[in-house]
Design a protein around this ligand. Structure first.
Ligand code: HEC
Ligand code: HEC
Length: 330
């Protein structure tokens, strides 16, 4: 409804309206192709109740934003994480940003069967997967104040999500798959052009002033996420990069990288031949047919190489699975 009104106003007041929301380049007026933020759902923090539940919600939100401060390697409330990243580095705006591994439906969606572990997980167990993998940590006790706070926060943000149906931004944008494999060498060139100014030439990120966390989190090295983490999967990361990076050039619905560029960069970032990461033993899809196709550890249900699973081309794998009556997961 709102967008219809905007369009009709532009029809009448074109120049005035466009110049107020666009920018002027060489005297020409340009309009941005941004989906209005009003069309994305979000959680209004001024509505957090002023009672004990609200207190848990507030602490949960704090934990999402300043995870390392509270439960990092030098955490003030416990030492659980193995690195100083924060949940919000990937689940941006504390899990409420569209297309950024949005967590507003999570409370509705668990307990849930997970192919990765081959069993039904509670939301608390799923939180601990992120504590253990991208954060390289040890699990929070399920009855800890911190876990209760995370769950309270997820329940509260869930109250803003439509019941029983998805919403725009609940899942990340998809990328289309080129006929060729993702190219880490080209990804390296793109990385230096688009990413290194914040994440560093060697992917180390940039500390904040007192080194309690990062201004720009690391992308590889001993302080970054581990290979068992979903961010290490090339398709998964590319889908996230598409609408989240470079940080200062995107906003929900307004992308910067092309699909092929996002895949090439994700292939470079996640290339284990050149980039080290902490690598503890991890869980491994007990049912091979439930393994994500871009997971880079065999064995596989098909005969495609590890390299093809990791870098593509993915379409032949997807078609092969379809022929066998299996649904490719990615
Ligand atoms: C390096 C990136 C990264 C960090 C940091 C991170 N996560 Fe995640 N998280 C992911 C990815 C990737 C997924 C899988 C999303 C998917 O498959 O769509 C995920 C999934 C989840 C889910 C399941 C969502 C659902 O509805 O299925 C929860 C809950 C979650 N994370 C919580 C957390 C919490 C809490 C923290 C901080 C302690 C955290 N994550 C830190 C990347 C990250
Ligand atoms: C202007 C600075 C900036 C640029 C440029 C930038 N990033 Fe980021 N990046 C960030 C910030 C800030 C975060 C954390 C976001 C938050 O906490 O809300 C982040 C988070 C990330 C994360 C998730 C957290 C982690 O460390 O694993 C990945 C992956 C990532 N960026 C990759 C990239 C890639 C690839 C590029 C280039 C295409 C890029 N970034 C460009 C600032 C930047």
């Amino acid at each position: 409804m709102r967008s219809l009104i905007v369009i009709s106003l532009i029809g009448i007041w074109g120049v005035v309206i466009i110049s107020s929301c666009g920018s002027s380049v060489n005297g020409k007026t340009t309009t941005a192709t941004v989906i209005p933020t009003e069309s994305f759902i979000t959680a209004d923090t001024s509505l957090i109740p002023n009672d004990q539940f609200g207190e848990a919600v507030r602490y949960g939100r704090e934990l999402m934003l300043n995870t390392a401060h509270y439960i990092g390697p030098d955490g003030t409330r416990g030492k659980y994480l193995g690195n100083k990243m924060n949940c919000t580095n990937c689940h941006q705006d504390a899990g409420t940003k569209a297309f950024s591994f949005n967590l507003m439906s999570s409370h509705d969606n668990y307990p849930q069967y997970r192919g990765r572990e081959g069993k039904v997980l509670t939301l608390a167990e799923r939180v601990n997967n992120c504590v253990m993998r991208p954060h390289n940590g040890k699990p929070l006790p399920l009855d800890s104040k911190e876990m209760v706070a995370f769950l309270s926060y997820f329940k509260w943000i869930n109250s803003f999500a439509p019941k029983g149906k998805s919403f725009k931004g609940a899942k990340n944008l998809h990328v289309s798959f080129p006929a060729v494999a993702a190219n880490p060498e080209h990804g390296q060139v793109l990385y230096q052009e688009n990413c290194s100014r914040c994440h560093g030439h060697t992917g180390e990120g940039q500390w904040n002033a007192d080194k309690t966390t990062y201004v720009y989190p690391p992308l590889w090295g001993s302080s970054a996420y581990q290979p068992g983490s979903s961010m290490h999967r090339v398709i998964k990361q590319a889908e996230w990069l598409k609408n989240n990076m470079p940080y200062d050039k995107v906003s929900p619905g307004k992308t910067f990288l092309t699909d092929a560029e996002a895949l090439d960069i994700a292939a470079f970032v996640n290339n284990d031949k050149i980039h080290e990461r902490p690598n503890p033993k991890s869980f491994d899809y007990p049912q091979l047919a439930e393994k994500a196709i871009d997971y880079d550890k065999g064995p596989f249900v098909d005969t495609f190489s590890v390299a093809q699973h990791k870098f593509g081309p993915y379409q032949p794998i997807i078609s092969y699975w379809k022929e066998k009556g299996l649904k490719a997961i990615y």
